[in-house]
Design a protein around this ligand. Sequence first.
Ligand code: NDP
Length: 330
Amino acid sequence: ARQIVLAARPKGMPTVETFRTEEITLPDLQNEEVLLKGLYYSVDPYMRGRMSAAKSYAAPYEVDQPIHGGIVAEVVQSTSPEFAKGDVVLGYLPWSTTIIAKAKDLKKIDTNLAPASYYLGILGMPGLTAFFGLMDIGKPKAGETVVVSGAAGAVGILVGQIAKIQGCRVVGIAGGPEKTNMLLNEFGFDAVVDYKATTDLSAAIAHATPNGVDIYFDNVGGEISDAVIQQLNFHARIPLCGQIALYNNTEVALGPRIQPFLLTRSVLMQGFIVGNYASRFKEGIVQLAEWVKTGKLKYTETIVEGFDQLPAALLGLFSGNNTGKMIVKA
Ligand code: NDP
């Protein structure tokens, strides 16, 4: 099998030298183990955090050990009665072409309901992030204005559509004309600000939100958030989901930037980790699956071909190479 390990902890933006590909020989299967062939590999922004040794909610990856992530795989051989050859499963697994996993760490997925890769996106971690962050922290009400940054990505594209289902007016922020047109024409966004095409972000966001902003679902942070926060309404809510614009910074930015707006407008800003909702995942998946089935939620993916493209695909998240969920197909 071929596996990809963390070769060195990156400083700033990772490069292809951050990773190394190795040939390995797998041991024999033990009891209650499953031999898997990787089909679809998820690359996610949180993986950047795990490459650093800093303490966080998820343990750091170890140098010289394989990167781990969400993987959809096919069962090749099994010593567990729960899995048979040909089953398609989801697991949090090492980046390897062939994998030995414990049966208890795998979940069978229903490929009749949705394409297998959707379990890494709309019916998986990013879907649950969008659903619980928006519904539980944002608490959208019909007629409110919702702004989402990172709008054309895995989480953002769902936040916008779920907010539409709730009767809100939805404004996305994304990079480039293709993403902008897609959100407007295919995903029902009411307005989109192309942050790469505007020289005055504050003015562009103000123009797109004539009634102010009731919910700001923040995937990005930095200057985009500084601009949105100026438009917040009284009692606005900010589900603080991600800060991808800052993940490769070598220094933490400090200073009073947004606090006066939050204070005078009685704004609630709450950070969250999707894992906080683990006890309610089932409820989230049932709702997301129903919206997928009834056509209320649409999805799109960028599928990069080839196991060896995993590092490049992961780095591509930081330059916006993806539309919807970034996936690597082995
Ligand atoms: P995306 O699919 O949205 O991919 C990342 C996108 O971020 C890119 O396509 C790019 O889009 C945008 N981006 C990258 N760099 C910048 C930048 N400097 N400024 C502005 N935009 C940038 O990823 P996900 O949907 O998986 O994740 C979105 C966010 O949600 C991330 O911050 C992630 O860490 C967070 N997250 C948090 C979770 C939680 O539990 N709290 C769980 C899952 C995700 P563009 O072309 O528009 O710039």
